[in-house]
Write a new protein. Structure first.
Lengths: 368, 178
């Protein structure tokens, strides 16, 4: 046994000296004359195998494969960017509608009571159903990600609570839920490839409406849109106005389709009257200034949302493993492996999420 | 290692020059590893491409932990080979001698010789134990050191040296007897 181990070491040493040190078989054999007869055929076998394996892929294939891989990576990056740029757009009417619905739903005492329930309690399924409903009613990807972050926070509390009670099955089930929710976040943030249509939200105005693109994107639901804006959305602009003014935002006019609940009136009218009597070319300039300002506001809003999300995830990435680690210290042996799994899941998934967000922020900064 | 770390960092930022360098430095090694495992050069090319595509798509989640980047690639390649055999068991196979034609070597006589040698080597390697196969593939096709193989396979260096020795003894016997 010992001899075998010693010979295996000598054999490897000779291999290293020949393969990386450039020595010949004979040179190595002189170092170990007592093993030469046994070493020589084995070293020769390796050299023959290395020679046979000195093969390369076809050059044209290698070039083409590299091109295809880089092209696919570029494509994925572009899709991610498009997806993330959608994060800045969250229809305000939807937020308002959800707020009303959530208020209605939250008024139910059962649902309220279920909100604090734990996986071993009767009302827990109500809690999960309420979460699912709220998720389904959250239209924007960023909104969903934020809510998932909140849900994962709840799951961690539940895992810790169940671990303290020694309930292995509930710890495992809740860990699976937490894992699913972290993965759903990953998909939404863009770490996995997803079809862009996942984030597509159908326009809320009829296709025939002569609204400009920007208004189609931000068109509110009829229920929460300002009353006076509705006829304008449907009616074509007067020909002379259409000729002079590009459609997005006419100075001095009420903002079509901007919901009053979440978008307070912008200070456009204060600027617009001074510019109103100016010649035809000036309103176009005003439009450009207004468009730039709106764009800047939207970009600021998007950056602020991303920063908020990053803040939440950064905090949770520390808080959750700490909580699980603390529970692990106290947990009885049968629970410990389940908690280790939860801890590992949490560490890995948060790392991926934060890396992706960081990469996206860096790219956004580079673009600026 | 420091150089590779900075290269990987740049690759994580989708720096195409860095990605290309990682590709060029590792493609042939991964390809040889797969050829020895599956014995099909054309399929090995496609699989190697898939390995790099998978690796680069998920490079943001890569952490070196002191191992070279190629260790990660070999791990992905190993999984790719396992998937290959799983799928292969469900469909007809192409004879080895057909798939091995197409070497870049232009000498027809030498081509036949090399084809037969590769065929024999692949066939003999397949008769080794799973651990021996892995050690031979990583050491002599992939070009990893004993320490790197040990780390990748989660074994001691002594165990890898012993596996390497026993694998070569067996290979020699099999190649000698045909």
């Amino acid at each position: 046994m010992e001899n075998n181990r010693e010979f295996a070491n000598i054999f490897d040493e000779c291999l290293e000296r020949i393969l990386t040190g450039g020595e010949t078989v004979e040179e190595c054999l002189t170092s170990y004359p007592e093993h030469a007869s046994e070493l020589e055929p084995l070293l020769q076998t390796v050299l023959n195998a290395k020679q046979v394996l000195d093969i390369t892929p076809r050059l044209e294939f290698k070039e083409r494969a590299r091109y295809q891989i880089l092209a696919e990576l570029r494509d994925i990056e572009e899709r991610k960017q498009r997806r993330f740029s959608l994060f800045g757009w969250q229809p305000r009417w939807a937020t308002a509608a959800i707020a009303i619905l959530v208020l209605l739903v939250a008024s139910s005492s059962t649902v309220t009571a279920a909100g604090n329930s734990m996986p071993d309690q009767l009302l827990y399924p109500v809690k999960l159903a309420t979460e699912e409903t709220r998720l389904a009613l959250t239209p924007s990807a960023l909104g969903k990600v934020e809510y998932y972050a909140e849900l994962v926070d709840r799951r961690v509390n539940e895992i810790v609570s169940m671990a303290n009670k020694g309930k292995l099955e509930q710890v495992e089930k809740t860990t699976r839920r937490m894992n699913n929710q972290l993965m759903a976040m990953e998909i939404l943030v863009g770490i996995e490839e997803i079809a862009p249509e996942v984030l597509t939200i159908p326009p809320a105005v009829p296709e025939a409406a002569p609204a400009p693109d920007e208004l189609v994107e931000e068109a509110p639901a009829v229920l929460v849109a300002p009353e006076e804006s509705k006829p304008e959305l449907m009616a074509p602009p007067p020909p002379e106005a259409a000729a002079q003014l590009p459609p997005p935002a006419r100075a001095g006019e009420p903002q079509k389709g901007k919901p009053e609940i979440t978008a307070p009136a912008r200070p456009v009218p204060e600027k617009a009257p001074a510019l109103a009597p100016a010649p035809a070319a000036i309103p176009a300039l005003v439009d450009e200034v207004e468009e730039d300002r709106e764009k800047a506001e939207e970009e600021d809003e998007e950056l602020s949302k991303r920063a908020k999300l990053r803040g939440i995830l950064t905090r949770n990435a520390v808080k959750h493993p700490e909580a699980l680690q603390a529970a692990l210290q106290e947990a009885p042996e049968p629970i410990r492996q389940a908690l280790r799994n939860a801890l590992e899941t949490s560490n890995i998934e948060y790392e991926k999420l934060l890396q992706l967000l960081e990469a996206m922020e860096d790219e956004a900064e580079d673009e600026d | 290692m420091q150089d590779e770390e900075s290269l990987v960092l740049r690759a994580k930022e989708r720096d195409e020059a860095a990605l290309t360098q990682l590709y060029e430095e590792n493609f042939d090694k991964i390809y040889r590893y797969i050829v020895l495992k599956i014995g099909d050069r054309t399929e090995a090319e496609d699989m190697t491409q898939q390995v790099f595509l998978k690796a680069f798509k998920s490079i943001s989640g890569y952490r070196s932990k002191g191992s070279p980047f190629s260790s990660w690639l070999f791990r992905i390649a190993h999984n790719q080979v396992v998937d290959h055999w799983r799928k292969k068991s469900k469909r007809a196979t192409v004879p080895l001698e057909e798939t091995l034609v197409g070497s870049s070597n232009s000498n027809p006589g030498s081509d036949v010789e090399r084809k037969m040698d590769i065929e024999n080597l692949v066939a003999a390697t397949k008769r080794l134990t799973g651990l021996q196969q892995e050690v031979v593939s990583l050491r002599f096709a992939g070009g990893l050191s004993v320490a790197q193989v040990a780390r990748l396979m989660g074994k001691s260096e002594g165990a890898i040296k012993a596996l390497q020795h026993s694998a070569i003894v067996s290979l020699r016997k099999m190649l000698a007897t045909g």
